[in-house]
Design a protein around this ligand. Structure first.
Ligand SMILES: NC(=O)c1ccc[n+]([C@@H]2O[C@H](COP(=O)([O-])OP(=O)(O)OC[C@H]3O[C@@H](n4cnc5c(N)ncnc54)[C@H](O)[C@@H]3O)[C@@H](O)[C@H]2O)c1
Length: 413
């Protein structure tokens, strides 16, 4: 089987490589020539465990990176889906352009799969008509499905293989055809359903996580106000067999949780008030963090930011709350940034901590879980840590260092 994967980013590249490894001939298409050049030279373009080894196995074999689509049996579209800032609607611009780009190569019998996360009813109202306008009957001439992706960055390859996979067909036959394709390597359950159930299910999965993180963040604010340790509350409450309070943090970033809930909100703004309130709570966390920092550090001092990726052990900084916090603090402080996963946007650790008056941890990278406290005491101007990811055990911090996390932030006043 020959598969053309449009978009070679965080989702498209691992997907393309797994199909190649499983004996499909794969064309990996991306408009970004820098990505294609690097991939052609055998170098991966994103940080992801096991991805380089996978590329090594298939690059001179049955995986070809290129900038233009080709004739194939199946097309899988994995391009970005941002939202329109003015009305929160899903921006289908990239997906529609990608669909148009494959039109000249389409043949009867082809399967087309949209993996990009899209707003409910996008397939029926916007994607399907594109192919019908080109003269195809969906479900008999060509087979169109929405198969959303649910992988966890950092564990993408394992999850691509083992997660249950939703197959949302425009018709039953469309779902059957798409299911056959994923059966090449997916070991999880293949769940066939309609396109709109798949769309809404994917958006709601991310909304569920966003709302629960907002609840944990709100708990932190309440506990800050009344002087209770929020982290101990979470630990204690989670011993209830049916309670799973999430981890609070400096805000929510990334390509999924910080965006997809808006797709639902835009379709039903009056009804989706919990969804919007949760988005607002999470979007306001950077301001909450910045306000606390202002109480800790006098204007004009140096602050060290540890982490600009939105997620621990990842190099992905899209929609990262770190940037909102940095923008806010830059008004009053000298900001030094260190992120070992994004060296091109940061400085070396030793340089970043020198003469600093605060270490502000914004990403739960493993490198930040075991800081050398003696080194901090020796090199900082004022040895203070504010850990918004709650990754440092405060009871192990020496007394010469003052450390805060969301368990004791009420002491910052
Ligand atoms: N990253 C994740 O963890 C994740 C998880 C689940 C779902 N998703 C969804 O998957 C989709 C893709 O996300 P991503 O993180 O892989 O994005 P990405 O930005 O990493 O990759 C998308 C790639 O598509 C390319 N592209 C854009 N238009 C193109 C076109 N017309 N032809 C060829 N290439 C084109 C871009 O250059 C880019 O390299 C989004 O809808 C996202 O919401 C992402």
């Amino acid at each position: 089987m020959k598969i053309c994967v449009i978009g070679q980013g965080y989702i498209g590249l691992p997907t393309a490589l797994l199909f190649s490894k499983n004996d499909c001939e794969v064309i990996g298409v991306d408009l970004n020539t820098e990505i294609i050049t690097k991939l052609s030279q055998g170098q991966i373009t994103i940080e992801e465990d096991g991805l380089q080894q996978l590329l090594d196995q298939v690059i001179n074999n049955n995986y070809t990176p290129t900038t233009t689509p080709e004739e194939a049996d199946a097309y899988i579209i994995t391009v970005p889906t941002p939202y329109h800032k003015e009305n929160y609607e899903c921006d289908l611009g990239y997906v529609k352009t990608a669909c148009e780009s494959i039109m000249p190569y389409l043949k009867k019998g082809n399967t087309i799969i949209i993996e990009s996360t899209i707003a409910p009813l996008s397939m029926k109202n916007q994607i399907k008509p594109l192919f019908e306008k080109a003269g195809y009957n969906i479900g008999t001439d060509i087979y169109l499905s929405h198969c959303p992706e649910r992988v966890l960055p950092g564990n993408i390859i394992h999850e691509l293989i083992n997660n249950n996979r939703i197959i949302g067909g425009i018709t039953k036959e469309c779902a059957n055809k798409a299911a056959q394709i994923y059966q090449t390597f997916v070991k999880g359950n293949i769940i066939k359903t309609s396109a709109e159930i798949a769309e809404m299910s994917k958006c709601m999965e991310n909304t569920y996580r966003d709302v629960n993180i907002a609840l944990a963040n709100e708990l932190v604010k309440v506990c800050d106000k009344i002087g209770i340790n929020a982290l101990e509350v979470i630990q204690t409450a989670n011993q209830h067999p049916r309670v799973n309070l999430h981890n609070p943090g400096p805000g929510v970033g990334g390509h999924c949780l910080a965006i997809d809930p808006y797709f639902i909100y835009a379709l039903a703004p009056t009804e989706a008030d919990i969804i919007k309130a949760s988005r607002d709570t999470n979007s306001n966390m950077p301001q909450f963090v910045a306000n606390k920092v202002r109480k800790l550090v006098e204007k004009g001092q140096t602050i060290t930011i540890l982490g600009i990726a939105y997620k621990g052990n990842s190099d992905d900084d899209r929609e990262s709350p770190s940037y909102s916090i940095i923008n806010e603090l830059e008004k009053d402080y000298d900001i030094k940034i260190h992120d070992p996963h994004i060296p091109e946007k940061s400085i070396k650790y030793q340089e970043a901590i020198k003469d600093s008056s605060l270490i502000l941890i914004l990403t739960a990278h493993n490198e930040f879980k075991t800081l050398n406290y003696e080194e901090l005491i020796k090199n900082m101007k004022k040895p203070i840590i504010f850990d918004t990811c709650n990754i440092l055990p405060l009871n192990e911090v020496p007394t010469e260092l003052t450390a805060y996390n969301y368990g004791n932030i009420n002491k910052i006043n």
